[in-house]
Write a protein that binds this ligand. Structure first.
Ligand code: AMP
Length: 470
């Protein structure tokens, strides 16, 4: 359910900014969180990325800070009143940009500090005084130690993507930062999941928080149509090129599991004439920001990235996400495909599954609570002779049930759920950007339970082997 911003009685300066942004109604997280934050209570919020979470905390926070608004040039009149902590530089930059847009008609100042950039310009800005400071934990501690910033007047702290901050190992940094803040404050914690660690963090630092959960954690947006293709590792590149062409997807993130794989894929695509850029942890901060800007400006069609880009980056209207590699961590899948289908737009997520991904796919099925059915890629250059992977699952090559179009198909009853969709004629691709209807986890194709590879022995069998050797 969404509702109108006019119900909130936002200050005119903020209402104007919302109108400038073209928002017509509140998203569910905004409808639930804004009234609570306006009362000054602590919040523990679970919301998917792309749900309008940033406005959900920044608008009420700015509203409550308006009483401190002043035009003085004295830094002392602009102490940090709100601190927003995020795990990555890109997220910090993005959230800071959004806050600037919401505060544009006010006199409240905001700034962002993150690592990988020269500290001097950040120091200059901090020393002039800012009411809202967005930061990554490590760089903020550098500034605290250098006495560039004092946090003893902070009234609000936001721990955004808190689960990711803990995953990265920021807990000690967070604890130190929080020790510099006044005890009397409002704390807002947002996390994709409420794991035991997150609950423990909340237990230590939040006071009687209101829990807000608008989308169940680990749920994929219903606006994203998901396809899984069984592809041998050697054919992934051909499959990518083919599906980019066939699907008509004009811009996409392509996720790889390693920095090296990411760099290699970007180079190869570039060589083949694709407008490509790479975004991974080995790139300098400047290169990463430039790659993102070029992608946002439409100068780059395929952004090849590692999971550094999976969380929270908001780039409007990206029609597609490719998982060139299935992520090692199933939850990252949800974050990766959250790059498309944002704020109600429709998107397509295409994942390549190889033989060695069997365990990852089982994990993913558990998380999505849905069976994953694999499709086969029909390569143009193989038609009409033969498909490159003959429509086999990438594993269990010995299992006769896996063969889709092999001659012996005729000698056994047809099994509808093994039939390979003709990708080229899939009507889905004729209407690429219509919002998908229905259940988030109902994947497009019919389901077929995954079986164990013949190479994986059951525990009992392995134990028996050891016994016989003993
Ligand atoms: P976020 O989840 O904060 O990263 O926001 C995702 C995207 O939704 C951003 O591009 C916002 O500008 C946009 N957005 C936020 N609130 C609204 C709204 N009420 N209506 C439409 N778009 C929104």
């Amino acid at each position: 359910m969404t509702s109108s911003f006019s119900n909130l009685q936002l200050a005119p300066a903020l209402a104007r900014a919302v109108a400038d942004m073209g928002y017509e109604s509140m998203t569910p997280i905004q409808a639930q969180a804004i009234p609570v934050v306006l009362t000054g209570q602590d919040v523990m919020g679970a919301a998917q990325t792309g749900t309008g979470k940033t406005a959900a905390f920044s608008l009420p926070l700015l509203q409550r800070l308006l009483k401190h608004e002043n035009a003085s040039t004295s830094p002392a009149r602009h102490p940090v009143r709100a601190l927003v902590l995020l795990p990555t530089r890109e997220l910090a930059d993005q959230v800071a940009q959004q806050i600037k847009q919401y505060a544009v008609h006010t006199q409240l100042r905001s700034a962002v500090v993150f690592g990988g950039m020269d500290m001097k310009p950040q120091t200059l800005e901090l020393k002039k005084g800012v009411e809202v400071l967005v930061a990554t934990p490590g760089r903020l501690l550098d500034h605290i130690e250098a006495k560039n910033v004092v946090l003893n007047q902070v009234e609000y702290v936001v721990l955004d993507e808190a689960d990711r901050m803990l995953d990265i190992g920021f807990l000690p940094d967070l604890q130190r930062i929080l020790s510099f803040l006044p005890k009397q404050r409002t704390t807002l914690l947002f996390s994709a999941t409420f794991s035991t660690e997150i609950k423990r963090l909340a237990g230590s630092y939040l006071q009687n928080p209101v829990t807000i959960e608008v989308a169940r954690p680990n749920e994929t947006a219903s606006t994203v149509t998901q396809h899984f293709y069984s592809v041998n590792p050697d054919d992934k590149y051909r499959a990518l090129k083919q599906l980019v062409r066939q699907s008509g997807i004009t811009q996409a993130f392509v996720f790889c599991n390693s920095k090296l794989g990411c760099a290699r894929l970007a180079r190869t695509l570039e060589r083949d004439g694709f407008r490509t850029s790479a975004l991974h942890g080995d790139k300098s901060q400047d290169e990463r920001l430039k790659a993102l800007e070029a992608f946002k400006a439409g100068q780059v069609d395929l952004l090849i990235c590692t999971d550094v880009a999976a969380r929270g980056l908001d780039i409007k209207d990206v029609p597609g996400v490719f998982n060139f590699d299935i992520p090692f961590n199933a939850e990252d899948y949800v974050h990766r495909i959250g790059r498309t289908g944002r704020a109600g737009a429709s998107g397509v997520a295409i994942s390549f599954v190889s033989q060695s991904d069997q365990r990852l796919v089982v994990d993913l099925e558990k998380l999505l609570k849905s069976k994953i059915n694999l499709e086969a890629v029909e390569f143009d250059e193989d038609r009409p002779r033969e498909r490159i992977n003959k429509g086999r699952r990438a594993w269990g090559e010995d299992d006769p049930r896996d063969v889709i179009d092999a001659p012996r198909e005729a000698s056994r009853p047809a099994r509808e759920h093994y039939r390979t969709p003709k990708v080229a004629h899939d009507p889905f691709f004729d209407r690429p950007y219509e919002p998908a209807q229905g259940d988030a986890t109902a994947l497009k194709t019919t389901a077929e339970p995954l079986r164990k590879s013949s190479n994986i022995k059951s525990k009992r069998k392995v134990a028996a082997l050891f016994k016989s050797e003993a």
